[in-house]
Design a protein around this ligand. Sequence first.
Ligand SMILES: Cc1ncc(COP(=O)(O)O)c(C=O)c1O
Length: 339
Amino acid sequence: MENIDWKNLGFGYLKTDWNVRVTFKDGAWGPITATQDENVSIHMASTCLHYGQEAFEGLKAFRGADGKVRIFRLEENAKRMIRSAEYTLMAAPSVELFKEAVLEAVRRNEKFIPPYGTGASLYIRPLLIGTGAQVGVKPAKEYMLVVFVTPVGPYFKEGFRPISVMVDRFHDRAAPLGTGTVKVGGNYAASLLSGEEGHRAGYPAVLYLDAKEKKYIDECGAANFFAIKGGSYITPKSSSILPSITNMSLRTLAAEDFGLKVEEREVAFDEVSTFEEAGACGTAAVISPIGKIYDPQNGTTHVIGDGVNAGPWSLRLYEKLRAIQMGEVEDIRGWNTVL
Ligand SMILES: Cc1ncc(COP(=O)(O)O)c(C=O)c1O
C-alpha cells in the first residue's frame, strides 16, 4: 500500500500508476490497453475539442471491513455513459466493455485503494471523447474511452454537518429538452460561473431552479436534491437534471428499508418552508445535508430543521448506504461489484 496520509486527502488529482484506454476505429472497439502516460495525444480537429463530444462518469471503489474491494453500482454508471454517448452521437462502449475497463484500472492501481476506516475511497473517472478529426459540425468517426482513478479523502472531515446553499436566479445549467439528463462536459462548463459566484458569496453549492419558469427545484450543484416531509422522501422529477445513481439508491432504501413514501415529482421552490430535512445527494458525499437556503431574489434565508444539525432520516439513509458500500451490511440487492 502506498504511503499516503489517507485521512487528510482532499478531492483532487493524485497520480496513480496506470490508466486504461480503449479506442474505437473503423466501426469497432479495440482491445483494452493500460498505460502509465498521463497525457492523451489527439488530433487538434478532434470533435471533443470543438463540438463538445465528451461524456464522463464518476464512481467509487471502497475497501471494506472484510478487506475486499467493492465498486458501487458499476453497471448503472455504464448504462448512464451509454445514454450520454447516444445523446451526443458518440460510439458507446457496451456495458461489458465499460465494466472491464473500469475493473482493469482499479486492479492495476490496487495499492491506491484507501484502507478501511479512513473514510477515503478510490474515485474512478471514465471519460469518452470524440477523437476523430472533423471540421464541419458532425460526429467523429473515432473515439477513445479513458479510465483513470485517484484516491480521494473523506468528505465530512468535521462530521455530518449541513451546508448552506444559494438559489441561482441568474443562470441555467441546462434547458428542459437539452443535455441536462446526460453527463456531458458542456453542462459542467455551463455551471462553472454559477458555482464560482456561489463560492464567492460563501456558499459551497448553488440550487438550480427549472429553466422555464424558475418555479421548481431542479438540482443542487453537481448533485440531486431531496427533501423529507411528513414521512415522505421527495425528489424533483425534471427533464433537465442528471438521474443520480445515489438518489436512485436512496429512493430504494427510503421505501424498502425505512418505510418512507417516495415522491418523485415537481417540487415547487415555495415548498421549502415546509421541509423537515433537505439534502444534496451524489457520489462525492452520498448526502450533504442542507441547513439553509438563501434566495438572492428577496434576500430570504430559509432554515431547514434547526439549520445546524443533520436530520434523523438523512443520517439514517447516509449511514445505510455507506454501510452497504463498505460491506458492513449484506448487499441484498447486488449493488456492489466485488473485486
Ligand atoms: C449534475 C449532477 N447531478 C447529480 C449528480 C449525482 O449523480 P451520482 O449520484 O450518480 O453521482 C452528479 C454527479 O455525478 C452530477 O454531476
